[in-house]
Design a protein around this ligand. Sequence first.
Ligand code: NAP
Length: 237
Amino acid sequence: MRAFITGANRGLGLELTRQYLERGDHVFAASRQPTQAAELQALRQQYADRLVLLSLDVTDAASIAAAVQGVQAATDGLDVLINNAGVYPHAGSGDAHQRLGQLTHDDAIETMQVNAIGPLLVSQALLPLLRAGHKGRILSISSGQGSLTWKATGDPYHYSASKAALNMYMRSLAAEIGNMGLISVLVDPGWMRTEMGGEHAIQEPADSARGIIRLAEQLHVEENGSFVTWQGQPVPW
Ligand SMILES: NC(=O)c1ccc[n+]([C@@H]2O[C@H](COP(=O)([O-])OP(=O)(O)OC[C@H]3O[C@@H](n4cnc5c(N)ncnc54)[C@H](OP(=O)(O)O)[C@@H]3O)[C@@H](O)[C@H]2O)c1
């Protein structure tokens, strides 16, 4: 099995990378600064034959193209893409910068670029490799904060809107790639103890990663275009 993971240097992305490697799979671990990513470098020592470290900023077209070339140099197909990279402006700062009165263009645009547009364009660029893989699957890490049904607060404006946009992009993609035998789903990973989730979060990213890997294994074509939790339960749009 060959997996491509964005934002692989920390948090959920690092756990997904570690667990896929422990299972014996091949991983293309993409991060903005692989040379600075100590944990990924350590894994590279341990799994030199199955781990490829790639540089990828999901907001940069040239960076996406270079990462695709990096995969093509190593293999002719991919089986799983996990769009994991994400931002939550001012996470953990204690300031409510995503509240009315504090909202800025810069925060809005960055959040939309990384959380919604980036995953769509990364998926588009990797599509030929996923079509050449075995049961190509795209799992995009969304959030319950992106659910319109559950929305009950203003804050976090940008983050919620970006995940709702991601949901629509990936559902659009699902509609188009279903007849190619590919699957695109949205996954809420739960509230995890990472830099983004903070120390009060209720679950370990390792548990979410385990669930997401299991989910990726068990996906059926009928689930194409769905929005589910890391445990496979439906999330309302
Ligand atoms: N933590 C939670 O409770 C929670 C809940 C629901 C959903 N999620 C979602 O789960 C995913 C993983 O979150 P996490 O908790 O592991 O967050 P995290 O620890 O903050 O990690 C975020 C990752 O995204 C990368 N990233 C940010 N901007 C990027 C860009 N422009 N290009 C490429 N990579 C970029 C970061 O790389 P750098 O190190 O270079 O910044 C980092 O690897 C995100 O999509 C997040 O929205 C998290």
